[in-house]
Design a protein around this ligand. Structure first.
Ligand SMILES: *[C@@H]1O[C@H](CO)[C@@H](O)[C@H](O)[C@H]1NC(C)=O
Ligand SMILES: *[C@@H]1O[C@H](CO)[C@@H](O)[C@H](O)[C@H]1NC(C)=O
Length: 361
């Protein structure tokens, strides 16, 4: 199995030698299998540069995980499909969240949410710290309630904003209409004229688009990781929203909104290299400041090895992090600015009916 993986790449090491760089030859096999695994193909010129960057990331990973084994970190890093990119390249390519200029949304004014109260058995009473009612619950995972679709992959396109928005709508739609439908990021990428497609976008503008038009399903309007002309069809709408609410800044407010409503679209800092190469555990790099740049979906919270975390669904595929998810340290001074900018849509029950016959695809 492993052997057959390498067969296609025999010619590659010759190119590396030809470039004049000296690479760590003990990593030759790893490099080959990594390229094969992620279907990387380079021009001759590019190959040696990418190998250099990749080796640097390999050294970084080795060092970090060594420190982790000595108890210095609460998370590990690992090689993934982005391992041939420098931190700068990665950020340029993948960050696509712009702060919304005109922010007229209301804050937390919807009382319809019936929360997660059926799950009182998740309460770990010996661990109660926070005094606030909602805060006594230590665990929340909306995946278990069927509000979260499988992890998606934005590819080489700064479209995180669209994934964050579809994720939040999918959650509310499933909660109100009892049907989990994967929704179309491409619909937003092509049709939200206030955003910039793969160059980045605005969550509020995308929500506004869906409020005005509705949104098609992933199946009916599939993702192609580049902006194209708008092919939206009114007769194929799969979900609608009434409006969109903003969550008040702060981790307590985020926890409450998450508990009460469901998955919340947030923006955060994903700039550090440790974030790009995150593998497992509770992410707690102090380098993750409050700078924004990336949009994701918070789907729960929990506790691991004595550290509270936010459970976050990313859109970098399942090979990244914990099967596409990251646990970000919770109540650690708003790490990565996770609680600065949360939004969620409101779906009304009557909206489910109007679409019952039209979302077969
Ligand atoms: C080459 O890589 C191996 C495996 O990571 C490592 O043990 C070794 O120290 C590296 N050698 C050099 C010269 O960097
Ligand atoms: C937000 O409110 C301001 C002032 O009320 C208004 O001029 C602007 O058009 C609004 N923006 C949006 C996106 O609704």
């Amino acid at each position: 199995m492993k052997f057959s993986l390498f067969l296609g790449c025999v010619a590659v090491s010759i190119l590396v030698v030809a470039s004049g760089h000296t690479f760590n030859s003990t990593l030759d096999e790893d490099w080959k299998s990594w390229k094969s695994c992620y279907e990387k193909q380079y021009t001759q010129d590019e190959e040696s540069y990418r190998r250099m960057v990749w080796e640097d990331n390999m050294r970084y990973i080795k060092q970090h995980n060594l420190e982790h084994s000595m108890g210095k970190h609460t998370f590990t890093v690992g090689m993934n499909q982005y391992g041939d990119l420098t931190t700068e390249e990665f950020n340029e390519l993948m960050n696509g969240f712009f702060q919304d200029a005109a922010d007229n949304s209301t804050e937390e004014d919807d009382d319809e949410g019936n929360g997660y109260d059926e799950d009182v058995d998740d309460l770990e009473s010996d661990e109660i710290e926070e005094s606030d009612d909602v805060m006594k619950y230590r665990k929340l995972d909306w995946r278990k309630k069927g509000l979260v679709t499988p992890v998606k992959k934005q590819g080489r396109c700064g479209s995180c904003w669209a994934f964050s928005v579809t994720g939040a709508i999918e959650g509310q739609w499933a909660k109100k209409c009892r049907r989990l439908v994967s929704l179309s990021e491409q619909n937003l990428l092509d049709c939200d004229t206030h955003s910039y497609g793969c160059m980045g976008g605005f969550k509020l503008s995308a929500f506004e688009y869906v409020k005005e038009n509705g949104i098609q399903s992933e199946k009916a309007y599939p993702y192609i990781a580049k902006q194209s002309h708008c092919k939206f069809r009114k007769d194929k709408i799969a979900a609608r929203i009434k409006k969109c609410n903003k969550v008040k800044k702060g981790e307590q407010n985020l926890a409450k909104a998450l508990w009460k409503h469901g998955p919340i679209a947030v923006s955060l800092n994903s700039h550090p290299r440790s974030f790009h190469l995150y593998k497992q555990g509770v992410y707690s790099d102090p380098k993750c400041t409050q700078r924004r740049g990336h949009a994701v979906l918070v789907v729960g919270f929990g506790r691991e090895n004595g550290i509270n975390y936010w459970l976050v669904k990313n859109s970098w595929g399942t090979h990244w992090g914990e099967k596409g998810y990251i646990k970000i340290a919770k109540n650690r001074g708003n790490l990565c600015g996770i609680a600065n900018y949360g939004v969620y849509p409101i779906v009304r029950k009557y909206m489910c009916k109007t679409l019952a016959s039209s979302n077969s695809t």
